[in-house]
Design a binder for this molecule. Structure first.
Ligand code: C2E
Ligand code: MG
Ligand code: MG
Ligand code: MG
Length: 286
C-alpha cells in the first residue's frame, strides 16, 4: 500500500499508472466472467507437410469473443491469465474443445489430421493434467496420436528433469509432443536429446529473415539438422513468403505453418481447406 509509506506517497500514483492499474483490474474481472460465460473459442491454422503438400495438422489457437472489444488475441490476455492462474481453466476449455472439434471432423469423414494444442507453463505442471487428458481422450474417442501438445522451450527448461517425467507420461498415453518457440529459450543439447518429443517448432523470429539474414539462415539450418539427428521432425512457424518456404524446403524442413498458407481460421472456414488437401499448389514449385 502506498499509504503506508507516508501521505505524500499518493502523488506517485500518476494518472497514467492509475489507468494501467484500472485496465489490469478490468481485464482480470472480464476474464473471470469470460470463463463463466464460455467466451473462448479456437481458430485453427493448417500445418503443411513439405514433401506432399498435404495438410497434416492444425494448430488450435485461442481467441476470446469479448462482448465489447470483439475478438481478442492471446497476447492480450494469456499473460494475465497465466499470472492469476486462470490459464488453467482456460487451457482446459481449449484442450476439450480442440479434441471435440477433431472428433466431429472425424465423424464427418474428414481424413485423419493432427490437432496441436498449446499448454501454458502452469498447465504443464498441473498434477491432474494426465487425468484430464485421459478423460478427454475417453470422452471424445479420438486416436491419441492425433493430439499433439505444444510446450514452449522455456517452460520445458524451467525444470528440465521434471519436464522429462511429464513428457514421458504424456508419451505413454500415445499423445504426440512438440517443443514450441524453439530457439528463444536456452536448451542445452544434452536436454534436447532427453526430451521425448516428436517435433521442434522453430520460432518465427528465426523464420522472418531466413532468406536474407545469413545468421538466421544458419541457425535454422543447424536446428533442422540437429532435430533430424535426434530423430525429430521440424515445423517452421510464421512462414509468410515463397522465398522463406523455398529456403526451408532446401533445408529439408518437414512441416511449414504460416500466413503464406493460411491465417488461423474459425472451424467452419478451415473445413474446405482440409477437404482440398492435398493441394500441390500449396507449395512453390522447385
Ligand atoms: P504460438 O503457439 O507460437 O502460435 C503461433 C502464433 O503465430 C499465433 O499467434 C499465430 O496466429 C501466429 N502466426 C502464425 N503464422 C504467422 C505468420 O505467418 N506470421 C506472423 N506474424 N504470425 C503468425 P496467436 O494466435 O496470436 O497466438 C499467440 C500465442 O498465444 C501462441 O503462440 C501461444 O503461445 C499462445 N496461445 C494460443 N492459444 C493458446 C492456448 O490455447 N493455450 C495457451 N496456453 N497458449 C495459447
Ligand atoms: Mg504453438
Ligand atoms: Mg510458436
Ligand atoms: Mg510464439
Amino acid at each position: 500500500h502506498a499509504k503506508a509509506g507516508g501521505r505524500n506517497n499518493y502523488q506517485f500514483f500518476t494518472q497514467e499508472m492509475n489507468e494501467t492499474v484500472q485496465e489490469r483490474l478490468a481485464l482480470e474481472g472480464d476474464l473471470r466472467v469470460a470463463i463463466e460465460r464460455g467466451e473462448f473459442l479456437l481458430h485453427y491454422q493448417p500445418q503443411i507437410e513439405m514433401c506432399s503438400g498435404k495438410v497434416v495438422g492444425v494448430e488450435a489457437l485461442l481467441r476470446w469473443q469479448h462482448p465489447v472489444h470483439g475478438l481478442v488475441t492471446p497476447d492480450k490476455f494469456i499473460p494475465v491469465a497465466e499470472e492469476t492462474g486462470m490459464i488453467v481453466a482456460i487451457g482446459e476449455v481449449a484442450l476439450k474443445s480442440a479434441c471435440r472439434q477433431l472428433a466431429s471432423w472425424r465423424a464427418a469423414g474428414l481424413p485423419p489430421l493432427r490437432v496441436s494444442v498449446n499448454l501454458s507453463a502452469r498447465q504443464f505442471k498441473q498434477n491432474n493434467l494426465p487425468a484430464l487428458l485421459l478423460d478427454i481422450l475417453r470422452e471424445t474417442g479420438i486416436e491419441s496420436h492425433l493430439l499433439e501438445l505444444e510446450i514452449t522451450e522455456s517452460s520445458a527448461m524451467d525444470n528440465p528433469a521434471e519436464a522429462i517425467l511429464h513428457l514421458r507420461g504424456f508419451r505413454e498415453m500415445g499423445v504426440e509432443l512438440a517443443i514450441d518457440d524453439f530457439g528463444t529459450g536456452y536448451s542445452s543439447l544434452s536436454y534436447l536429446k532427453l526430451f521425448p518429443v516428436h517435433r521442434l517448432k522453430i520460432d518465427r523470429s528465426f523464420v522472418k529473415d531466413i532468406d536474407t539474414d545469413t545468421d538466421d539462415a544458419e541457425i535454422a539450418a543447424a536446428t533442422i539438422a540437429l532435430a533430424h539427428t535426434l530423430g525429430k521432425e521440424v515445423v517452421a512457424e510464421g512462414v509468410e513468403t515463397e522465398a522463406q518456404c523455398r529456403f526451408l524446403q532446401g533445408q529439408c524442413c518437414d512441416i511449414v505453418q504460416g500466413y503464406y498458407f493460411s491465417r488461423p481460421l474459425p472451424p467452419e472456414e478451415i473445413v474446405p481447406y482440409l477437404k482440398r488437401s492435398p493441394a500441390p499448389s500449396l507449395l512453390p514449385r522447385t
